[in-house]
Design a protein around this ligand. Structure first.
Ligand code: OSB
Ligand code: MG
Length: 375
């Protein structure tokens, strides 16, 4: 497929409520979108690089720079065999996975469109069992002003039908949160996400949670760490999950080699895209390591691709993929809904991403746009 033109969008959308994590609050959610044009088709991708460098070093500003000055110019006019050719074509840029992932997603969308199948079916081609039509999901709840409010918010999502709750924690807002949630909901699958805010010396905080029957503890220690997590793991009963520190399939290999975790949260954007995410899926599935698909407050464009990944057979735990109304009042695609009866979301079955972009609304939320074409 010859890449003829790529359009880059910076969009800015307001979340329905502020999302507070150990690295700070977020209410305005910016991201970049890429539209890759090839052979009469247009594939779409989303870069989840954020306004601030809190989750990773990347921001919408660095992603714009890396995409517009390096990644996009390397692709314009180039004949690409398929999405798997993208990694080698972009390996001259070190790091910057969130920027690269926007192009990777668009390439998978294009490949699926070119075959006339869904992105889910395209990704699932190597597996005998085929993709799931619905994937189990949960909701990620930011840090709330009080324990009472935390329990109230859990209740609101429980009433909407969510049957897996993730609570953000930070030092000083940890054990009491977990205890309050467990006391109010004795049987609900509850997990915690610290976004790298603790140190190995804080192990006692997590040992005190051993009797709470938590589903898992996500990324308590450093965002690049694997070693200290491997030392924390035998000290606690709660299953340990890595998010931030798995940057590639190699990192998954290192984590498996030193028993650093029990579970991996696979965010395709964090590992530069769907090709690498599928490699991690294959490795972990063979090793018996359970997986789930994480989220970065995606628009409908990114959410469709998260669902496609989560439809693969190795993603057995509920993902951080919630209904549109949990994030945005209005989205740039039609809303995604929760299937209340089983806390799932249906995977789009249409060709490619299987979503239709509302170009009028996209124009409304676009703050900067640039087109790149051969001349
Ligand atoms: O650590 O999983 C995380 C959102 C932004 C940055 C990091 C994280 C998150 C979430 C939200 O937990 C998941 C979602 O998209 O619903
Ligand atoms: Mg996380």
């Amino acid at each position: 497929m010859k890449i003829e033109r790529i359009d880059l969008y910076h969009v800015s959308m307001r979340l329905v409520s502020p999302f507070v994590t150990s690295f700070g609050p977020q209410q305005q959610r910016d991201c970049l979108l890429t539209a890759v044009h090839a052979e009469g088709l247009t594939g779409w991708g989303e870069s989840v690089a954020t306004n601030d460098p809190g989750y990773s070093y990347e921001t919408t500003g660095t992603a714009w720079h890396i995409l517009s000055d390096f990644l996009i110019p390397a692709l314009i006019g180039r004949d690409m065999a398929g999405p798997e050719a993208l990694g080698p074509a972009l390996s001259f840029v070190r790091g910057h996975p969130l920027a690269k992932a926007a192009l990777d997603q668009a390439m998978w969308d294009l490949a699926a469109q070119s075959d006339g199948i869904s992105m889910s079916a395209k990704l699932a081609e190597p597996y005998a069992e085929g993709p799931k039509a619905r994937v189990p999901v949960g909701v990620s709840i930011g840090i709330q002003p009080s324990l009472e409010r935390t329990v109230e918010v859990i209740g609101e999502y429980y009433d909407q039908g969510y049957r897996r709750i993730k609570l953000k924690i930070k030092p000083g807002h940890d054990l009491a949160v977990a205890r309050a949630a467990r006391a109010a909901y004795p049987d609900l699958p509850i997990m915690l996400d610290a976004n790298s805010a603790f140190r190995l010396e804080d192990a006692a905080v997590f040992q005190a949670m051993d009797n709470l029957d938590l589903l898992m503890l996500e990324q308590p220690l450093g965002y690049e760490d694997i070693y200290d997590h491997s030392r924390l793991r035998p000290l606690i009963k709660t299953p340990l999950c890595l998010d931030e520190s798995i940057h590639s399939d190699d990192h998954a290999r290192y984590a498996l080699a030193i028993d650093a975790c029990d579970i991996i949260n696979v965010k395709p954007s964090r590992v530069a895209g769907w090709t690498e995410a599928r490699r991690i899926h294959d490795r972990c599935r063979a090793a018996g390591m359970p997986l789930w698909v994480g989220g970065m407050l995606e628009t409908g464009v990114g959410r469709a691709a998260q669902l496609a990944l989560a439809s693969l057979p190795g993603f057995t735990l509920p993902g951080d993929i919630s209904a549109t109304e949990r994030y945005y009042e209005r989205d740039i695609t039609a809303p995604f809904y929760l299937n209340r009866e089983d806390s799932t979301i249906s995977v789009p079955s249409g060709v490619g991403l299987g979503v239709v972009i509302d170009h009028d609304y996209l124009d409304t939320v676009t703050v900067r746009r640039q087109s790149f074409a051969a001349h």
